[in-house]
Design a protein around this ligand. Structure first.
Ligand code: URA
Length: 272
């Protein structure tokens, strides 16, 4: 159940003031009767609400799979940066939110919805689904790192340290620095690679190398992947989420683009 004015506002038909005027003008009916007040309660799942005789269909839940670009924050409002919600132009709903967060400089799969129950199921401790990322790491990733990640590692935390669940790490390739093939990839990265490589070399590495990896984590701790690599003396210079459960980022979905999903697709794909 929800208040009529909230229902109408979520349908995007106008400001609170406009909605009040519409109700006062007798333009809104609920189940065939003219609504006298905008604070009456309606059941959003079954009520038939009409404006000027035309039914408004309250599409209870919406789901969007966004390929988040860098520079955009996973929040509903922000006074400085653009939010992921501003990229979803094909909705009038005011109650959408991102399911979990990707860092401002992380790209890739982000679900945007107004389905709080789904969000809870995906984020509640003990109910996490696997999240797979592709990353470029400054520093050569080794078999030792694979073992450390797979055994469940400790990372520093403000409380001392926290233990992580085992994570899957696959090395896709390692390279010295620029070559024609990786130039495009590296040029799109968010940090100054020369400066980062210099500092790594000063820290004792002979010649900074990079590795491209795929990493699968189960939890979703704050900056988790960056902190995991930091704990083994390396640095994430590019990060993109490519899947969450069996929901995968489509190859043809460019950064900044999104695709609408049905409830059935979301629930089936996430095996919830
Ligand atoms: N781990 C990170 O460090 N950042 C993200 O955005 C996601 C996972």
């Amino acid at each position: 159940m929800m208040r009529l004015d909230r229902y109408l506002s979520e349908m995007g038909i106008g400001t609170r003031k406009k909605i009040k005027e519409m109700v006062r003008g007798g333009r809104i009916t609920v189940d065939g009767s003219i609504a006298k007040n905008s604070d009456i309660r309606v059941d959003e799942n079954v009520a038939v609400v009409c404006l000027d005789g035309k039914e408004l269909s309250f599409n209870t839940f919406e789901y969007f799979l966004l390929n988040k670009p860098k520079g955009v924050v996973s929040a509903t409002t922000d006074s400085v940066h653009k939010t992921v919600l501003e990229l979803i132009t094909e909705t009038k709903r005011k109650d959408l939110f991102p399911v979990g967060r990707l860092d401002i400089d992380t790209e890739g799969l982000l679900l945007i919805t107004n389905d709080g129950d789904l969000s809870h199921r995906l984020l509640a401790p003990g109910k996490h689904v696997d999240k797979c990322y592709e990353a470029v790491i400054l520093g050569e990733v080794t078999e030792d790192d694979i073992r450390t990640f797979s055994e469940g590692m400790e990372i520093p935390d403000e409380k001392g340290s926290i233990s992580l669940e085992p994570a899957g790490l696959v090395i896709l390739e390692s390279f010295d620095s620029y070559n024609e093939e990786n130039e495009e990839l590296l040029s799109g990265l968010s940090i100054n690679l020369d400066m980062a490589a210099d500092s790594l070399e000063r820290d004792g590495a002979e010649k900074a190398k990079y590795s491209r990896v795929r990493i699968t984590i189960h939890e979703g701790k704050y900056h988790q992947i960056k902190r995991m690599f930091e704990a083994v003396g390396k640095r994430v210079v590019y990060l993109k989420r490519i899947s969450m459960g069996s929901l995968t980022l489509p190859d043809d979905l460019n950064t900044g683009e999104y695709k609408r999903l049905t409830k059935e697709e979301v629930y089936a794909d996430l095996s919830l």
